[in-house]
Design a protein around this ligand. Structure first.
Ligand SMILES: [Zn+2]
Length: 333
């Protein structure tokens, strides 16, 4: 079970992978979109993953209706706002929400900068109402190639003060991290923390690249890191955090089942590994589910589950005083 004396934190959570089914229906109706169903249960199988997909890109195809309803900036703002309310409703004490402006802008040819502004506004409105601390991570989507990633970076840097970090996500196999060294260097120079999706559909060398060339402070997934023992050593020595996403990895067929997930091995080797949701709306999960159902299925002991909770506080993109404040708030409650 979750240790209630420790903050309950989600560090790897895509807000564009967490659009409420009810919101898809409402926006679909409002804008006369050709939705495949007009009630929540009918829509669910079109939006949520109900069985493992053949790979990460097939999994991403499930986002179709989530992005199809992002018809304008008001819709983007609403989705961001509702994501913060979801953070509160799930009982989280802190979350880092991430999104790719280009991915959200693509279907209806919105401007990435306009999307960033709308998301920032929506998150701020959500935080005012829900009173839960939330920070934003901007994503550069590999899938659009390095040229368009530059535009995406510009859109994020135009609102630099509203972000704590930058991430690289998308098609890891066809767009290796080496293509994005300059982008990440610029983000680091702007003072953003760096987390990189790596070792999900590509191997241990991708994790190496993220850690050494992109100077990632955290790695998203890192499932294949165990294939290179020296990579693990490097991650431990440099206190690089791991954002594990158990259910997501089963659904994308990155691992065969929960029992074969390397999370337990990560913790045994002393990695600062954490439990997260990835795309709660697509996966049909909550962070509580990951801690209480997925983690035991992955073989984690009670103590290891608590360790994952402590690790999340340690590797969060927060200042030491912000971390202490989160802890104190827990102790006071
Ligand atoms: Zn992710």
């Amino acid at each position: 079970m979750i240790d209630n004396r420790l903050p309950f934190i989600d560090l790897h959570r895509h807000l564009d992978g967490n659009v409420r089914l009810e919101t898809i229906l409402e926006l679909g109706q409002q804008h006369h979109l050709p939705l495949p169903a007009w009630d929540v249960e009918g829509l669910r199988p079109h939006v949520q993953v109900t069985e493992p997909q053949p790979g990460v890109m097939a999994f991403i195809a499930k986002f179709k209706w989530m992005t199809a309803v992002l018809v304008d900036y008001t819709a983007c703002q609403r989705v961001a706002y509702e994501n913060v309310l979801d953070v509160r409703d799930e009982g989280l004490d802190y979350a880092e929400l991430r999104f790719s402006p280009l991915f959200m802008a693509e279907t209806h040819a919105l401007s990435p900068a306009g999307v960033v502004e709308a998301v920032v506004d929506g998150v701020e409105a959500g935080v005012r109402e829900a009173r839960v601390p939330v920070n934003l991570i901007g994503i550069l989507s590999r899938t659009y190639g390095p040229q368009r990633a530059s535009d995406e970076l510009e859109a994020i840097l135009a609102y630099r003060e509203r972000f704590v970090g930058l991430d690289l996500a998308g098609d890891e196999t066809n767009y290796p991290g080496g293509l994005f060294v300059e982008h990440i260097r610029r983000a680091r120079e702007a003072g953003l923390h760096i987390t990189i999706h790596a070792g999900e559909s590509d191997g241990a060398q991708s994790v190496w690249q993220a850690a050494k060339e992109l100077h990632a402070e955290r790695i998203g997934h890192a499932v294949h890191a165990c294939e290179g023992p020296s990579v693990i050593e490097y991650l431990v020595e440099n206190k690089i955090g791991i954002e594990a996403n158990l259910t997501s990895n089963v659904q994308t067929s990155t691992v065969t089942n929960y029992a074969s997930h390397p999370m337990k091995a990560f913790l045994e080797k002393g990695l600062l590994a954490t439990l997260n949701t990835d795309d709660p709306g697509v996966s049909g999960i909550t962070l509580k589910y990951e801690y209480e159902v997925a983690a035991p299925l992955a073989g984690l002991s009670q103590e290891q589950i608590h360790q994952a909770q402590r690790n999340a506080l340690e590797v969060a993109f927060l200042s030491p005083s912000e971390k202490s404040a989160l802890l104190e708030r827990k102790h006071a409650s």
